[in-house]
Design a protein around this ligand. Structure first.
Ligand SMILES: [Zn+2]
Ligand SMILES: [Zn+2]
Length: 299
């Protein structure tokens, strides 16, 4: 029985789906993709290596990935706010000789940040659009992130963190002024706000390649202190409705196994008539387009 050349081609297109997809979208023509069907297909020839020299990385010098000075200033104020909270907690602990409670509340803040990152990410992934007040730009950015996940690894630090840093500055600075003499409150607030602000950095690391990440980051990911690459990779695969948490990821299993977000989606649908985006996925909006050299799904 002979195998039709076409069959070979299709079969292979599926196994190298992401590369094929990318070429298609960019209307690029490569020898392997256009092998004339009259030539007996040779799998060796059809294999497209990720290191193919034909593709340049996606708009590496795109200005939208670079940090601006206002963005750096917001990250600076955000970091100052977080450090002020932690310093207030430390000073209060020294003064009162109470250590266990501030440390426990700091740990609670770290756990809260992961849960908060999941709830927020679920919300902006599923509801609203670019025109939504306040959250519009974040909603738009996360939709873009699902389409081109690898760009997060090309973003400069402040470019990636400034939006959260700004929110932290506005919300936490007043809290610091009111409760600065409460080490337990400051421990919680400092750790929670710090982890929330840096969640986009942890998220970017989750998209990194093991060999290119700092060894300490890999160790923290592998030990579950920071969200792991494999766990977050699942968020970018169908059915696109799980693993929303991006600090430690410790809540992901709890939330997904208990279908917490699905329950919330049902409530929103029956009470408010709002359909989450994840119900109508996968569609082209969430289907990922990867460049050939993408480290995004490399675990
Ligand atoms: Zn998402
Ligand atoms: Zn991601």
């Amino acid at each position: 029985m002979s195998i039709l050349p076409n069959h070979h081609h299709h079969h292979h297109a599926a196994t190298i789906g992401r590369h094929y997809h990318y070429r298609h979208h960019n209307h690029r023509i490569y020898a392997a993709a256009t092998t004339p069907t009259k030539i007996k297909p040779n799998l060796e020839k059809l294999i497209i290596k990720p290191t193919t020299p034909f593709v340049t990385p996606p708009k590496l010098d795109d200005p939208s990935l670079k940090s601006t000075w206002p963005q750096r200033a917001w990250v600076a104020t955000g970091c100052t706010t977080v450090l002020a909270s932690l310093a207030a907690s430390l000073v209060g602990s020294v003064d009162s000789h109470i250590w266990v409670e501030p440390i426990l509340s700091g740990f609670a803040g770290y756990l809260f940040a992961d849960l908060g990152s999941g709830v927020y990410h679920w919300g902006i992934d599923n509801y609203g659009d670019a025109s939504t007040p306040v959250f519009g730009s974040q909603i738009d950015a996360f939709q873009g992130h699902h389409k081109w996940p690898w760009t997060i690894t090309k973003r400069q630090f402040a470019n990636n963190l400034h939006a959260l840093a700004r929110v932290i500055t506005y919300t936490v600075l007043p809290v610091d002024l009111i409760w600065h003499d409460q080490p337990v409150v400051m421990g919680f607030v400092g750790m929670a706000s710090g982890c929330i602000m840096f969640s986009q950095q942890f998220h970017a690391w989750a998209h990194g390649t093991k060999s290119k990440l700092p060894p300490l980051v890999v160790a923290l990911q592998d030990s579950g202190v920071l969200v792991s690459r494999s766990q977050h990779a699942a968020h970018h695969r169908p059915p696109y409705n799980n693993n929303y948490c991006i600090v430690s990821g410790v809540w992901n299993r709890v939330l997904d196994e208990n279908k917490v977000f699905e329950a919330l989606e049902m409530v929103f649908f029956f009470k408010l008539g709002r359909r989450p985006r994840s119900w109508s996925e996968p569609n082209s909006d969430w289907t990922e387009e990867l460049p050939e050299d993408s480290p995004a799904m490399d675990n």
